[in-house]
Each structure stands twice: as C-alpha cells, then as structure tokens.
Design a protein around this ligand. Structure first.
Ligand SMILES: [Zn+2]
Ligand SMILES: [Zn+2]
Length: 161
C-alpha cells in the first residue's frame, strides 16, 4: 500500500552525495524525448517528481549545471561536484519547489516504475512499452492523468512558492 511515510535513499556513484526522499513522489515520468536521450546517453530519462522539501541531503553537496532544454526555458541539473552524476533537475515549468529526481540514482530504483511514458514519438524503436501504463506521443495534462492526491500536493507546493 502506498504510504506517505515511505522513504527512498539514493546518491551518486562516488558516494559524495547521499540523499533521502521522505515520501513517495507525486508522479514518475519516463521521458523518451531526444533531449533526455542525449543528456543520459541512453534511451530515456526516468524522473520522480517530488516537493523540494521532501528531498534531504544526507551528506555531500550538489553543484548546479545550467542546461538548455527543449522548451527554451532551460533546465537546472544538480550534479555531484566530484563524479558529476546528475541527481535531480528543476525545470522552468514547475519551478525550484519541485525536483525531478533521477530514479536511477536511488538505491532501489525498482520501487519507482514509470507512471507514464512521454514523448514516445521519439522512443527508441527497440524499447517495448508495457501494457497498462499510459503512454503519450508528447506531453500531457496532469489534471487528466495524476491521482487527485498528487494534484493536491502539486497545488500546495505551487501555492507556497
Ligand atoms: Zn559523486
Ligand atoms: Zn525528455
């Protein structure tokens, strides 16, 4: 059963950075856009969207890399200053109060499978999407897709910022 008290620990490869998500994320996007393919060097990016104040830095520090984005408004990628692994991003749309945590940096990434696949128009052809998980050619309206509880969390964090 989904619980607000679940925690998820993660970190970079050199272990300078260790962090903890103090609850489940609001939603997990698997993005198959060309930008995510290039930034990860692989087929997609897996991002868990969560309130910034629900991500605790347990040790180390993170370094900002301002990175262009498809929207033209930029993406702020936070990386380990030593091994440069990307840990989370802020996008202009959601602002600094929402972090897009890279699920692959969690100790147990299997716990957060995608809630939706996006930008499937540029999906690598050998990636076979599972049945029963929503998939859209481009982006989507969270009001039509996110659970009500997650929409409420997002509205609350936006109201605070
Ligand atoms: Zn590191
Ligand atoms: Zn993308």
């Amino acid at each position: 059963m989904a619980s607000e008290t679940e925690t998820f620990d993660g970190g970079c490869t050199c272990r300078h950075v260790r962090y903890r998500m103090t609850s489940r994320p609001m939603f997990v996007n698997c993005c198959h856009c060309r930008w995510c393919q290039r930034e990860t060097g692989t087929a997609f990016a897996l991002n868990a969207m969560i309130e910034a104040d629900r991500v605790e830095l347990l040790s180390g520090d993170v370094e900002l890399a301002d990175t262009p984005s498809a929207s033209g408004r930029g993406q702020r990628i936070w990386r380990c200053p030593a091994c440069r692994v990307a840990l989370w991003s802020n996008y202009a749309g959601a602002g600094d109060s929402v972090r897009f945590v890279r699920v692959g940096t969690l100790d147990e990434p299997d716990r957060l499978p995608p809630d939706i696949h996006i930008f499937t128009m540029s999906k690598q052809p050998w990636v076979i999407l599972p049945e029963g998980v929503p998939a859209v050619r481009e982006y989507y309206n969270p009001r039509e897709v996110w659970p009500k509880a997650s929409q409420d969390r997002f509205a609350a964090v936006k109201a605070k910022s």
